[in-house]
Design a protein around this ligand. Structure first.
Ligand code: URA
Ligand code: SF4
Length: 189
């Protein structure tokens, strides 16, 4: 992936990717959106129905909830970067398979190299298990800080999980407080 020296070059290549079976069912590759020099990188699981139709991550119901959190913490969506572990929609929104995650990771790894974010925020357990550690326990370990290749990384609950169980919303609120006040973001955003 090193040959792709800009996000736009990487995007163009990714839009033609057929490295795993998820390419068969997609309408659009959902590469990622935002500022290619962002301080914060959010990483979800994979596109849902709306995302697949529009080619943009987090634009469906879960995305609208994410937008509310961003607004509440005065984080502009245009100034962060938002991506997913897999960039094509799994059928019926099933979990991505290990081989699909593995096939797709080089795109995300290169996105991280190009962005050089100050912090990474995993949205949900799938991203946390892939980016933090395989045995990550989302209910036990959300809001804690880890490090990935020198970059501070944390996870919060997936907004879709908050839609299923709104009583968990205060947990994500606390996680966002911790994100917003991370020393690496002091005086930024
Ligand atoms: N859920 C995700 O994990 N990613 C999206 O882009 C949308 C919903
Ligand atoms: Fe390629 Fe990722 Fe789409 Fe699979 S999910 S086809 S690896 S872009």
């Amino acid at each position: 992936m090193k040959q792709y020296e800009t996000m736009e070059a990487l995007r163009s290549a990714c839009l033609n990717c057929r490295a795993c079976g998820l390419c068969e069912g997609r309408t659009h590759v959902v590469f990622g959106v935002g500022d290619p020099t962002a301080d914060i990188l959010f990483v979800g699981e994979g596109p849902g129905a709306q995302e697949d139709l529009q080619g943009i991550p987090f634009v469906g119901r879960a995305g609208q909830l994410l937008d509310l959190y961003l607004k509440a913490f005065e984080i502009e969506r245009d100034r962060v970067y938002i991506a997913n572990i897999v960039k094509c929609r799994p059928p019926k929104n099933r979990d991505p398979r290990p081989e699909e995650e593995t096939a797709c990771m080089p795109w995300l790894e290169r996105q991280i190299e190009l962005i050089e974010p100050r912090v990474i925020v995993c949205l949900g357990r799938i991203a946390a298990m892939k980016l933090i550690k395989p045995d990550f326990r989302i209910m036990k370990e959300h809001g804690l800080w880890f490090e990935r290749n020198g970059i501070p990384i944390t996870a919060t609950l997936h907004p879709a999980a908050l839609l299923r169980d709104p009583s968990k919303k205060p947990l994500t609120f606390e996680d966002f407080k911790s994100i917003r006040s991370h020393p690496a973001l002091a005086g930024r955003l």
